[in-house]
Design a protein around this ligand. Structure first.
Ligand SMILES: C[S@@+](CC[C@H](N)C(=O)[O-])C[C@H]1O[C@@H](n2cnc3c(N)ncnc32)[C@H](O)[C@@H]1O
Length: 188
């Protein structure tokens, strides 16, 4: 596994209640979700966004949550069971260099990559796999942490996305002056 992958215990830090004030999930992902939607989340950690997304898509929807660390997925599974949302979440262990989501081709309405692309060894391949999973009307929200990622590196990330058929879309990103955030859509 690449050395810069965030350690599993940080999964607990990402769930601290203070985060809900700074990064309210309903405000960040809510505008992009509809009942019955199929959602793909890359780098779900212990499910800070996964659970609110599973609640928002309803009993007919599904969140496919991917992570490279089994301990993150174990934390997610525990929390999902407690919240009564386990049946709406398809948690999958993926490889660092591949999402392995060929079975989802053309089925995803919304994809989230929150604070993860800088940890992925091959962002080009990530975006190619994401692109293949999307419906034609899908949106992809990419957010990177300003502390770890420079504006230049984020521009390179968006260039990689563009090379793989994802262009900027109109719609809400994530508020905040320092945030590195992009809402993308299939280029055609
Ligand atoms: C900084 S954490 C963010 C977790 C979550 N998105 C959040 O905002 O709370 C990054 C997560 O991405 C996962 N990750 C790192 N590299 C990955 C890869 N190549 N594919 C999928 N997940 C990855 C890590 O294991 C970790 O759970």
């Amino acid at each position: 596994m690449a050395q810069h992958v965030c350690p599993w215990w940080l999964g607990y830090v990402h769930l601290l209640p203070i985060r809900r004030l700074l990064e309210p999930p309903a405000r960040i992902v809510g505008p992009h979700l509809r009942a019955g939607m199929r959602v793909l989340e890359v780098g779900c950690g212990m499910g800070y966004f996964t659970l609110p997304m599973a609640a928002a898509v309803g009993a007919e929807g599904k969140v496919v949550a991917l992570d490279v660390q089994p301990r993150m997925l174990a934390g997610l599974a525990r929390r999902a069971r407690r919240a009564g949302l386990a049946d709406r979440i398809d948690a999958r262990l993926c490889a660092p260099d591949s999402l392995g989501v060929e079975d989802l081709a053309g089925r995803i309405g919304f994809a989230l990559a929150y604070f993860v692309v800088h940890e992925v060894p091959d962002p080009g391949r990530l975006f190619a796999e994401l692109r293949a999973a999307l419906r034609s009307d899908a949106r992809v929200l990419v957010v990177e942490p300003p502390g770890h990622v420079t504006r230049e590196a984020f521009a390179a990330t968006l260039a990689a996305a563009a090379r793989h058929g994802l262009r900027p879309a109109a719609g809400p990103g994530v508020a905040g002056r320092r945030r590195l955030t992009a809402l993308l859509e299939p280029a055609g």
